[in-house]
Design a binder for this molecule. Structure first.
Ligand SMILES: [Zn+2]
Length: 137
């Protein structure tokens, strides 16, 4: 659940099917397409259970990204992780910070607890006398 009270929306099966077909027919720029083979739309790696296959929101769900075919990217686990950590999370943090600052959603200020401090030592009139180590011998 986001700050705005929305629940995450996953892609419907129909969208995932179309996105899967798309990633089988075209590879990203600079990568040769292998017809009929699903390829990551980020790096072009052949998708398999080993690489993972993730249907990702291009525009993040929490920032109003719709669960449509246009907003669906088929990525390997690696590309999905990179996008999540380098793009989506910083954008979400920034958006949340702006929202909190704008709508008074910052945490309430805690009251400072003040200690009584230490009792001041009694005033000393002279330096302490050296201890007579030999006393008693
Ligand atoms: Zn990839």
């Amino acid at each position: 659940m986001s700050l705005r009270g929305e629940k995450r929306t996953e892609f419907p099966q129909s969208v995932r099917k179309k996105a899967f077909a798309r990633c089988c027919q075209q590879a990203p720029e600079g990568v040769d397409n292998i017809p009929g083979v699903p390829q990551c739309e980020g790096c072009g790696v052949q998708l398999s259970p080993r690489t993972g296959i993730i249907y990702e929101h291009d525009q993040p769900d929490g920032l109003g990204g719709e669960p449509t075919l246009e907003n669906c990217k088929v990525h390997c686990k690696n590309c999905a992780d990179i996008k999540t950590h380098t793009e989506d999370n910083p954008r979400m943090r920034k958006a949340d910070a702006v929202l909190k600052a704008t709508y008074g959603l910052r945490p309430a200020k805690r009251q400072q607890i003040k200690s009584r401090g230490f009792q001041p030592a009694e005033r000393q009139h002279r330096a302490s006398s050296p201890v007579n180590k030999w006393r008693g011998f």
